[in-house]
Ligand binder design. Structure first.
Ligand SMILES: Nc1ncnc2c1ncn2[C@@H]1O[C@H](COP(=O)(O)OP(=O)(O)OP(=O)(O)O)[C@@H](O)[C@H]1O
Ligand SMILES: [Mg+2]
Length: 254
């Protein structure tokens, strides 16, 4: 197990702007983590930092259980907008396994398995790029499944899916969890966060404002911005409104 993952005083800057600010947390083995926050809160950046796709400007990302192993080999990520290779569905999964160094003889069964678990077997020979958005999301999960990662980062896995496709993807996530992979995901769907989450992290403007057990977070969030978020009040809009109250715009002369 490469877990626990400790994020220590992590900040991330681009062009002198701090996008992630002084973030500290530990992700233990076990519970499923839902990362919540408004658009632009830093959820995707946080996942990228954890997954090692970007490096913190200051602070450290520590895989405490790695003990000399390369943590990259034991984790996978599904992106907010997954990219499909210009190949068949099966070849997309096969390629992911090849990159991880699995021998061709073993890959065949692993591809079959992953497509079976995600309901894609009948589409195995179709070009991946003509799949519907929901099917592409399943394929992205199939690629991750095949790798049997210890930790799987999922960035908005059901954004822009209809209720049926959302349900199917949630079932796949449940199955991946049941198979022993640690799930860390972002979502805008609060119902989904309640259904899938054991713990919640709430981000706002690059800061981690609350990390709590899901039950606790949804019943009595401690942070006032988390409360506002759960009530569906858009934080940036509210801030804008407060500013407007203090500095009302000048009326234009006719
Ligand atoms: N490469 C970049 N260059 C400049 N700014 C960036 C870059 N990547 C992200 N940002 C900014 O960092 C902030 C956080 O971005 P991030 O994508 O993590 O938000 P998010 O919480 O995932 O939002 P969403 O819910 O819309 O996916 C945003 O304001 C974004 O504009
Ligand atoms: Mg995002």
């Amino acid at each position: 197990m490469i877990l626990p993952l400790t994020i220590q005083d992590v900040s991330f800057e681009i062009g002198g702007i701090r996008l992630i600010k002084d973030l500290n947390c530990t992700l233990e083995a076990g519970p499923r983590t839902m990362i919540l926050g408004a658009n632009g809160a830093g959820k995707s950046l946080f996942l990228r930092l954890c997954h090692g796709l970007i490096r913190p400007t200051t602070g450290r990302v520590l895989w405490q259980g790695a003990k000399g192993r390369d943590p990259a080999d034991a984790q996978a990520m599904v992106f907010q907008r997954p990219v499909m290779l210009r190949r068949s569905v099966a070849a997309n999964v096969d390629y992911a396994l090849k990159l991880r160094g699995m021998a061709a003889a073993e890959r065949r069964a692993a591809v079959e398995d992953a497509l079976g678990h995600t309901g894609l077997r009948r589409l195995a020979d179709n070009p991946a790029r003509v799949l519907s958005v929901g099917e592409q999301q399943k394929l992205a999960l199939a690629r991750a499944w095949a790798l049997q990662p210890e930790v799987l980062f999922l960035d908005e896995p059901t954004a822009s899916l209809d209720p049926a496709a959302t349900h199917a993807v949630e079932q796949i996530i449940n199955a991946i969890d049941a198979a022993g992979t640690r799930i860390v995901m972002t979502t805008h769907d609060l119902g989904q966060a309640r259904r899938l989450g054991d713990e919640v992290m709430f981000l706002n403007r690059g800061r981690l404002l609350e990390k709590a057990l899901a039950e606790r977070f949804f019943s009595e969030p401690e942070n006032d911005l988390a409360q506002a978020f759960l009530k569906g009040e858009l934080l940036w809009w509210q801030r804008g409104r407060d500013n407007l109250k203090r500095n009302p715009p000048k009326q234009r002369r006719q």
